[in-house]
Design a binder for this molecule. Structure first.
Ligand code: PLP
Length: 404
């Protein structure tokens, strides 16, 4: 390879995923013998349920090991239509459904299939790290707007309206949110859909990946359900990765207007082709099979969330809201900014906070700048109670060691 000219210009505009980078750094330190607690992973620590594993084994034994239709097997699309009807009161036909190797490629394919240079995509911050980079890869322009901590990290309708221009193609919506855990009630969401109704050229890409991970009897809502007139320009995306602890199986799905689904299928036909046949059969069982372990696991997540929020709020300089869903909290470290570590390192921002915390106490968190909203950091509580307790104790000790 002769210098950087071999690589594409597009690549130079894209950052590697910050969350994966922190997980890698934590793994490196651990391999070097450092006692590291990783709170950066975005996946449940639970195993895939046995009935789902069994369905995959049966699929292998039946010989379901060949190429499938590019955008998914009929049985899975049928299960997806049933799921949308059952959980979201949304009616889709199979030709409106699309299955991909994970939720990530669903979003990527949708953006690749629709964006032209100059097209704008509105993304509320804090956002999932991949949205802006995927928009960039697809040749579009991200318009980042703030969902402030003082509003519980929920986007306000006037902020959304002010960001809409005649170039806006998509509004990306994510509830419950990665990284803040904030989830919108139907009433809160209606205030946003009331704005979107007035702008018929703006499409809605709703990332409902964490739909089932909500606590305290919270009722999940999605845009096309809250405002049926948006159905014709909404892509409702979801997946089995988080709710069914199937991150490694790589199955995501969506439903939306047929023309868009056809365009996305064209992209997938020339990139990955169909998602794994075996994983698709496992996903059929995930969606059609018993759902009771979701509530059981959520009870565990809720207890962890409450413990983490409580312990973080006892750390000097940290303030942490109690989010409605996902398995993340997004505390502010603004009370630590400007202070110094015992070794004399000044905490200038959330990135230096996260680095100093990892070096001093071996706790890996992701700095808020990676999600577009500082001064915060993200903690994933999808790890054991012991790990969380120890990590929060270390964070308290680290914060207490900082001096003005
Ligand atoms: N959307 C959000 C908000 C996520 O947090 C993630 C995974 O971290 C995804 C989509 C992608 O999920 P998958 O692993 O199925 O590609």
């Amino acid at each position: 390879m002769s210098g950087s000219s071999f690589l594409s210009e597009t690549l130079s505009r894209v950052k590697p995923s910050a969350t994966i980078a922190i997980s890698d750094k934590a793994r490196e330190l651990r391999e070097a013998g450092v006692d590291v607690i990783g709170l950066s992973a975005g996946e449940p620590d639970f195993d895939t349920p046995d009935n789902i594993k069994q369905a995959a084994v049966e699929a292998i034994n039946r010989g379901e090991t060949k190429y499938t239709a590019v955008n998914g097997i009929t049985e899975l699309k049928e299960a997806i239509c049933d799921k949308f009807k059952r959980d979201n009161d949304l009616s889709y036909t199979q030709d409106q459904c699309f299955v991909a190797p994970g939720g990530k490629p669903v979003i990527y394919d949708a953006l690749m299939a629709t964006l032209n240079p100059g097209d704008e995509v509105i993304i509320p911050a804090p956002y999932w790290v991949s949205y802006p980079d995927m928009v960039r890869l697809a040749g579009g322009t991200s318009v980042i707007i703030e969902a402030k901590a003082e509003d519980g990290f929920k986007l306000q309708p006037e902020t959304l309206e002010a960001a809409i221009t005649d170039k806006t193609k998509w509004f990306i919506f994510n509830s419950p949110s990665n990284p803040s855990g904030a989830a919108y009630t139907a009433d809160e969401l209606k205030k946003l859909t009331d704005v979107l109704v007035r702008y018929p050229d703006v499409w809605i890409l709703t990332d409902d990946m964490y739909e089932h991970l909500v606590y305290d009897n919270f009722t999940f809502a999605t845009p096309a359900q809250v405002e049926p007139s948006l159905y014709v320009r909404t892509l409702t995306m979801n997946g089995v990765s988080k709710a069914y602890a199937m991150t490694g199986w790589r199955i995501g799905y969506c439903a939306g207007p047929v023309q868009l689904i056809k365009a996305m299928t064209k992209i997938q036909s020339q990139s990955t082709s169909n998602p794994s046949s075996i994983s698709q059969w496992a996903a059929v069982e995930a969606l059609n099979g018993p759902q009771d372990y979701i509530a059981e696991r959520n009870a565990v997540f809720k207890t962890r969330r409450d413990m983490v929020v409580d312990m973080l709020n006892q750390a000097e300089g940290i303030e942490c809201l109690t989010p409605e869903g996902a398995f993340y909290v997004y505390p502010s470290c603004s009370g630590c900014i400007g202070k110094s570590t015992p070794g004399g390192q000044v905490i200038e921002n959330d990135e230096t906070f996260a680095t100093a915390l990892l070096e001093a106490e071996g706790v890996a968190v992701v700095h808020g700048a990676a999600f577009g909203l500082s001064p915060h950091f993200r903690i994933s509580y999808a790890t054991s109670d012991e790990n969380l307790k120890e990590a929060c104790t270390r964070i308290q000790r680290f914060c207490a060691s900082l001096k003005k």
